[in-house]
Design a protein around this ligand. Sequence first.
Ligand code: RIB
Length: 278
Amino acid sequence: NLIMKSARTVGVLVPDIANPFFSIFIKGIQEVARKNDFVPIIFDANESQQLQSYLEELIQRAADGFIIASATIDRDAVDTILKRNEIPYLLFDQNAVSEGDRVWIDDEEGGRLAAEYLIENNHKKIVIVAPENPTENIIRRISGFKEVFAKAGNPIKDDDIVNSEVTKNGGYHAVSQIIEKDPTAVFTISDEIAIGIYRGLKENGYQIPNDISVMGYDDIDIAEYVTPELSTIHQPAFEMGQVATELLVNRLKNRKLQPQYKKLSLKLMKRRSVKRLE
Ligand code: RIB
């Protein structure tokens, strides 16, 4: 049967497909897209020029809507490319432009949960590992974390932050600076970074959590498979993808809907990489 029903398309732009957080997010998108006869077209773009050219390319190919998690889309691109072409879109996760339909995760709360857990385990000397130019969501994550330590009378100083790309390699290379600061615990803003730190610490003769504790963020699947199992903050990446797609599909069906807002929650995953200090 050669008669084809043409499916509609949704353009998906994420910062890094290789990061399992975004792969799982994309799986969630695919599941809901399939049910609604949509085909996702996926790109990763973390640079503003590249992102804009993908957007334009997809619009020429008649994409029906967009889900954009990359941080590099700015006001200008939203106004000149998306709005002018009257294409529905949903900005998500790293995105600072807060308008329209929104899937919301409380990153400050995530940072607070991580900090409370470390304080409960009596950690006082902390290093945070984060990118040099953090996106809005990561800024909030760090600020929630710092808030808890400040309230506990043990403020975290700028000097307690070590910069890293959000990759395993970034974490691996951050290790020498972490060791110099001699912390009892490290809080990384992503599990990918934490996995790199695992390797670097091991190569330097450190044992997790006996010599140093590690707390991640995201709860990607390998977090449970590394030794020791990584304590982290669970982000519902699959559900985030599902809900983002649901909201976009609703919008495509009815452009006049009020802005839709859906909040999803985070969860502390206590595993074995954080030691209780006496
Ligand atoms: O690991 C990628 C991180 O960047 C995630 O925490 C996600 O929220 C994104 O912003």
